[in-house]
Design a protein around this ligand. Structure first.
Ligand SMILES: Nc1ncnc2c1ncn2[C@@H]1O[C@H](COP(=O)(O)OP(=O)(O)OP(=O)(O)O)[C@@H](O)[C@H]1O
Ligand SMILES: Nc1nc2c(ncn2[C@@H]2O[C@H](COP(=O)(O)O)[C@@H](O)[C@H]2O)c(=O)[nH]1
Length: 210
């Protein structure tokens, strides 16, 4: 199989809380071995079942401040009263190894990545099919208190208002369809000419034989 070298890309998924980013990310990671999840740091407390180092690196406010001040975060933001940020080193290392990186981050972080890494960025916004369904999913997840669910619902319209800043918008109604749409986006984005740094060499060798 002809393998033309390409640059890695940064695939961002954002959505109002509960629309399905985590679920869709897990599916993509399970089906695609060339994409790595960026594990964020956060000052929020772990939810039941969340694993330190896998879902997040759960850290104190002091540690978060140290990482931010040392410039070790690619982007960071305050969301729902907690701090979240993307450790820089694993992303740089993955890209250098020719791997793609998946981010589950909010619009503030997406804007920051866009300011410095626009060329490599692919932005997907996930919408729920309806407000009722979003509320049902947040409640059905059964991992947050009623007041946390209310707080996240209250912020949903604000989060959704950022959809025009994204390259793709997906309505996550049927999970299989949404997953297939994300896989299709990734497949096409990987084929973009500007990412395929080995194309010139490939065409040079091809035309030499003509
Ligand atoms: N297409 C779908 N149909 C029905 N339920 C879904 C669908 N997608 C996700 N869910 C469910 O909705 C709930 C919220 O999903 P998930 O945790 O993936 O959302 P999220 O966007 O990552 O939220 P947060 O931003 O709070 O982390 C979960 O219980 C998940 O199983
Ligand atoms: N800007 C960033 N946003 C992040 C990061 N990691 C997660 N998030 C976003 O926070 C909210 C809440 O997440 P939850 O796990 O507490 O439900 C959600 O929108 C995430 O996308 C990050 O590193 N930077």
């Amino acid at each position: 199989m002809t393998d033309i070298p390409r640059r890695g890309l940064l695939l961002v998924m954002s959505s109002p809380s509960g629309a399905g980013k985590t679920t869709l990310s897990r599916r993509l990671l399970a089906s695609d071995s060339n994409i790595t999840m960026s594990v964020s740091v956060t000052t929020r407390a772990p939810r039941p079942g969340e694993v330190d180092g896998k879902d997040y690196h759960f850290i104190s406010h002091e540690e978060f401040g140290r990482l931010r001040d040392r410039g070790d975060l690619l982007e960071y933001a305050e969301v729902f009263g907690n701090f979240y940020g993307t450790p820089k080193r694993p992303v740089v290392e993955a890209l250098q190894a020719g791997r793609d990186v998946l981010f589950d981050i909010d619009w503030q972080g997406t804007q920051q990545l866009g300011a410095t890494m626009e060329e490599d960025l692919v932005r997907i916004f996930i919408l729920p099919p309806s407000a009722e369904e979003l509320r049902d999913r947040l409640i059905g997840r059964a991992q947050d208190s009623a007041s946390t669910v209310a707080k996240r619902m209250a912020k949903a319209a604000d989060e959704i208002s950022h959809w025009p800043e994204y390259d793709y918008v997906i309505v996550n109604e049927d999970i299989d369809l949404a997953n297939a749409e994300i896989e299709a986006i990734l497949r096409a984005e990987r084929l973009k000419r500007r990412r395929r740094v080995g194309l010139s060499e490939f065409v040079r060798r091809l035309t030499k034989g003509l």
